[in-house]
Design a protein around this ligand. Structure first.
Ligand code: MRU
Length: 365
């Protein structure tokens, strides 16, 4: 059934437990490296496999790697050899340090792992009660991220108008958040209210999160979309095929500068030229008040093989000695962002004050 058949109800999307879950077998996740060809579950029986799954992008997207990190910490406690509380805490600390540094740019990972460490530090024990408390805390991180996405979708709805033609980048959908999505959450809520909504999906080189993941999610929900190459973005805007740019974020600095998938900055510059609003949809767990501006955000540099990897006509797309640059993210300055939508509502420039208030309010809950 297409979402348009749902008579205004929100389209289903992937259920949160289909994206990632903590079970007796370990941390289980839909392996995103295999999509769209195969839908297979990857089981991580212990925390080092969770670190590896985050690094190799079996699970990816800022909120989703936070959820994975939290579940990895809970798994470390559940699998720990130590029987006494100090030994258990030490094992949790070792796992937390490795999980926290599995990827550098998305602040949600550090946020979620730190939150788990705070639970471990504050817990009086005994050990089995701490194991149960960490499992509950990890599941709460997951549930809360999905709830934040739904609130973001609702807050952004008035910004979309009728007949929106939304361009996004990468995948900021259910796969990237553990359920519903940020940018794709906005798409989902807009499409549920207005079935004429269309989505333009750049493939998102080098790892094709747009063509592999976003197009797969949209097709699953029956949301009309068109796949383009990244180099078509300007031409699509010039042709009038885009009314809004809606993207996620990996880290939003205190001043509103936003790091997201490489290519977002260029898209925002082009949107400004064409008078198209750029909306960043992200939960407050993506806002890092301790990072003053975009230049302070660490940008992950990934392996050269990812850029060289594309093969055409059955042959490699480049010589394997060609020097390569592969920054996974770029920073869009706040001046190019029309609105940031968090679960607290729609933030307009200048962002600093209202982002700070939203983060402080969410921390107080
Ligand atoms: O390298 P990835 O696939 O983890 O990059 C993901 C993105 O850039 C997303 O847009 C971002 O994490 C927001 S996800 C809601």
């Amino acid at each position: 059934m297409g979402a348009g058949d749902l008579n205004g109800a929100a389209p289903p999307g992937l259920a949160p437990h289909e994206v990632i879950r903590l079970t007796g077998a370990g941390v289980e996740m839909l392996d995103q490296t295999l999509l769209p060809a195969r839908e297979e579950t990857l089981v991580c029986p212990a925390w080092p496999q969770v670190v590896e799954a985050i690094r190799r992008l079996s699970i990816r997207g800022a909120p989703a790697i936070g959820v994975a990190g939290a579940m990895g910490v809970a798994l470390a406690a559940a699998r720990a050899d130590a029987s006494d509380l100090p030994g258990l805490r030490a094992e949790v600390g070792r796992a937390a340090a490795a999980l926290r540094s599995a990827r550098p740019t998305a602040v949600n990972l550090a946020w979620a792992v730190d939150r788990m460490c705070a639970v471990a530090d504050a817990h009086p024990g005994p050990g089995d009660a701490l194991v149960a408390a960490l499992a509950a805390a990890a599941r709460a991180v997951h549930d809360d991220e999905v709830a934040r996405c739904r609130a973001i979708g609702a807050h952004a709805l008035p910004l979309m108008g009728r007949g929106a033609r939304i361009m996004t980048i990468c995948n900021a959908g259910a796969l990237a958040t553990g359920g519903y999505g940020t940018a794709l959450g906005v798409v989902r809520s807009a499409h549920a209210a207005d079935p004429s909504v269309r989505v333009v999906v750049p493939e998102t080189r080098p790892l094709l999160q747009g063509s592999r993941l976003t197009a797969w999610e949209l097709a699953r929900d029956g949301i009309p979309h068109t796949l383009i190459t990244d180099s078509m973005v300007a031409a699509m805007m010039a042709a009038g095929a885009v009314s809004h740019v809606v993207v996620g974020a990996d880290r939003i600095a205190a001043n509103g500068d936003a790091a997201n998938k490489i290519g977002t900055y260029g898209m925002a510059v082009l949107a400004r030229e064409h008078g198209i609003p750029v909306i960043v949809a992200a939960p407050t767990t993506t806002v890092d008040l301790s990072t003053p501006g975009g230049r302070d955000i660490p940008i992950e540099e990934r392996a050269a093989a990812e850029v060289r990897g594309l093969s055409l006509f059955g042959r490699p797309g480049s010589a394997d000695t060609t020097p390569v640059a592969n920054p996974a993210f770029d920073v869009t300055p706040a001046r190019l962002i029309s609105a940031i939508v968090t679960e607290a509502g729609v933030h307009r420039p200048p962002y600093e004050r209202s982002l700070r208030a939203a983060v402080e309010d969410s921390a107080a809950v």
